[in-house]
Design a protein around this ligand. Structure first.
Ligand SMILES: Nc1ncnc2c1ncn2[C@@H]1O[C@H](COP(=O)(O)OP(=O)(O)OP(=O)(O)O)[C@@H](O)[C@H]1O
Length: 299
């Protein structure tokens, strides 16, 4: 289990992470979302034990993470720009990791050769960006980590390789109970993988929920009336956005489907459709709700 307790981090006196508290259960996949500069990388670096917090505690299975070799042995951090030793081939890099990580599996490394078809004698720095990313995953998974921390992990991978990597990650979570924490701007990717999501905004964790609960808590409503819009239509409900498309009003409403249905049916609409939102839509409207500007076309 990962525990982040009231953690803050300052850079040059400015708070990049503000009093964040978060618990990530073992075996879950946690997707960290946030606007540019929100503090995602800073939080991941603290979790991987590479950066020390200024306040609070960061623990994995009850042990402090920072510069803790025993904890680091069980975690693998894949930064947004993967790091390899200069001039090393894939085989040499694998040899290096096999000395650092006690759970390194040479068997897994050979097995994964079928997924990542890159000759092992190649020097890594001469490979393309996407191929280097493949090597990073290949090595990361061969260390058999209990916790995998991924910063923008799919950047540079082609669609087939993204799918392959996604499958490998899911397999390790279901078979070995691995925990994954990943940040990404690609919300489709997070939607496909994560079971928990958190949204960071200006260093604060503004939302932290099970993905299905988050989806159950906000809906897109399409509503139309025979005559004019009834008075008090929006009273007593939380609207994140609304716009008019011809005679139909499309609004994003917080709350359960049942509650929304009950509310709008009072006004006897001619059309009432309540639809689920994608994670991307939820992110945009939730961020709008907390002041991250989106264009509202208010009716
Ligand atoms: N080494 C540093 N020195 C000073 N300020 C920093 C440093 N690293 C990050 N920051 C600042 O901390 C804040 C959070 O940065 P961070 O890289 O964690 O954000 P992020 O959410 O990962 O952003 P992005 O999505 O753009 O990658 C930003 O305001 C950034 O300018």
């Amino acid at each position: 289990m990962i525990e982040i307790k009231q953690v803050s981090k300052l850079y040059e006196g400015k708070e990049a992470i503000k009093n964040v508290t978060l618990v990530i259960p073992k075996g879950s996949i946690f997707g960290l979302l946030g606007s540019n500069g929100a503090g995602k990388t800073t939080l991941l670096k603290m979790l991987s034990g590479n950066l020390i917090q200024d306040a609070g505690e960061v623990l994995i299975d009850g042990s402090y993470v920072f510069e803790n070799r025993e904890v680091k042995n069980r975690c693998f951090f894949l930064p947004d720009t993967p790091y390899f030793l200069a001039n090393y081939t894939i085989t040499q890099m694998a040899g290096f990791y096999s000395h650092i990580y006690s759970e390194w599996s040479q068997e897994r490394f050979y097995q994964l050769q079928e997924v990542f078809p890159i000759p092992v004698q190649n020097k890594i720095h001469k490979l393309s960006k996407g191929m280097q990313r493949q090597v990073a995953f290949w090595l990361a998974l061969s260390t058999m980590p209990e916790v995998l921390i991924l910063d923008e992990p799919f950047d540079g991978l082609d669609p087939v390789m993204r799918k392959n990597v996604r499958q490998l990650l899911m397999q390790d979570v279901s078979e070995r109970n691995m925990t994954i924490l990943l940040s990404s701007h690609n919300l489709r990717e997070i939607e496909d993988l994560a079971d928990h999501v958190g949204i960071l905004h200006k260093g604060e964790l503004v939302i932290h929920k099970v993905l299905n609960d988050l989806k159950a808590d906000v809906h897109k409503v399409q509503i139309a009336f025979k005559h004019k819009i009834p008075h008090g239509l929006y009273r007593g409900i939380q609207i994140l956005n609304k716009e008019r498309r011809g005679s139909v009003i499309v609004c994003i409403v917080k709350g359960s489907e049942a509650m929304i249905k009950l509310h709008f049916n009072q006004f006897q609409p001619e059309i009432l459709d309540i639809l689920p939102l994608t994670l991307e839509e939820i992110f945009i409207y939730e961020m709008g709700d907390i002041g991250y500007v989106i264009q509202n076309n208010l009716v």
